[in-house]
Design a protein around this ligand. Structure first.
Ligand code: BTN
Length: 270
């Protein structure tokens, strides 16, 4: 990954939008922005959280060509071979609910993919990016608190942009954005995601309509577990705080986090 190329694409992206960040002209803001690219890291989120301890100026961005210990939600690992896009955005998020960062990151990925004329992507609540029902990416937001208050956040995004052999345990569910050997410009993709995220951060929750339009859960039969009890129900909507609304036999339930399975045409839950 080439840092200069990312800055060039970021400048272009902000100039195209005619916006400003923190009152600075974009070109200056981008020139002084903390952006670090690595050939290999254990995890861009882990690096970003360490970097934050040195009181860096925000926003900032960390990228790696590959991760040796990529992390996913719920304590899982994230398969991160060379050629994928692995990035962590570090932002100030005072007053913003953490759920909003994940949903805005998902919408930013979809907008960036659209700008790059990649195939239409979808979102599986809350943090999965899908292409033709296969997971091609994931998002993991981690909040950093000071004196009990959320002050900044690291939002990690991993996208399968290379044609790779997935490990057997995920090969049925995982997919790639790369079609017919066409290389994806990862620097441009990263810059488009980051700029979309930053420009829309102050507008939260206006991204939620786009989130809902592209969320595969809505209208589907779901299975999920809460406090050891398994529930089934129809997904009615996602609210403006990112909560999933599911009509179950016990009434309308609101899920803030966790994982849900969707009933497939064959009747099983995947
Ligand atoms: C998930 O699907 O559970 C979330 C995956 C998040 C992966 C990204 S890759 C960049 C960043 N660094 C990590 O270690 N994880 C996130």
């Amino acid at each position: 990954m080439d840092e200069t190329k990312i800055r060039t694409f970021l400048k272009k992206s902000f100039n195209d939008r005619q916006d400003k960040i923190s009152g600075l002209v974009h070109d200056d803001a981008v020139a002084s922005m903390g952006i670090r690219c690595f050939k290999s890291l254990d995890s861009t989120n882990a690096y970003a959280k360490d970097w934050l301890k040195s009181y860096i100026r925000l926003p900032a961005l960390v990228l790696a060509d590959l991760q040796t210990q990529g992390r996913g939600r719920l304590g899982r690992s994230f398969f991160s071979p060379s050629g994928g896009l692995y990035l962590s955005m570090i932002v100030d998020c005072k007053g913003i609910k953490p759920g909003m960062l994940t949903t805005l990151a998902a919408v930013s990925v979809l907008e960036a993919a659209k700008a790059m004329q990649l195939p239409q992507l979808q979102i599986k609540w809350v943090n999965d990016i899908l292409l033709q029902r296969k997971k091609v990416g994931g998002i993991m937001a981690e909040g950093i608190s000071s004196k009990g208050e959320l002050t900044s956040a690291v939002i990690g995004i991993g996208l399968n942009t290379a044609d790779v052999q997935f490990p057997i345990e995920i090969e049925q569910r995982a997919g790639t954005l790369q079609a017919e050997g066409l290389a994806i410009d990862r620097e441009r993709f990263a810059a488009l995601i980051f700029s979309h995220f930053l420009v829309n951060l102050p507008e939260i929750p206006s991204h939620m309509s786009m989130y809902r339009q592209n969320c595969v859960n809505i209208g589907q039969q779901l299975r999920f577990e809460q406090k050891g009890i398994v529930y089934f129900g129809r997904c009615e909507d996602v609210d403006d705080n990112g909560g999933l609304l599911v009509q179950t036999e016990d009434g309308l339930m609101r899920l803030e986090a966790g994982e849900v399975s969707i009933r497939s045409a064959a009747g099983d839950y995947i």
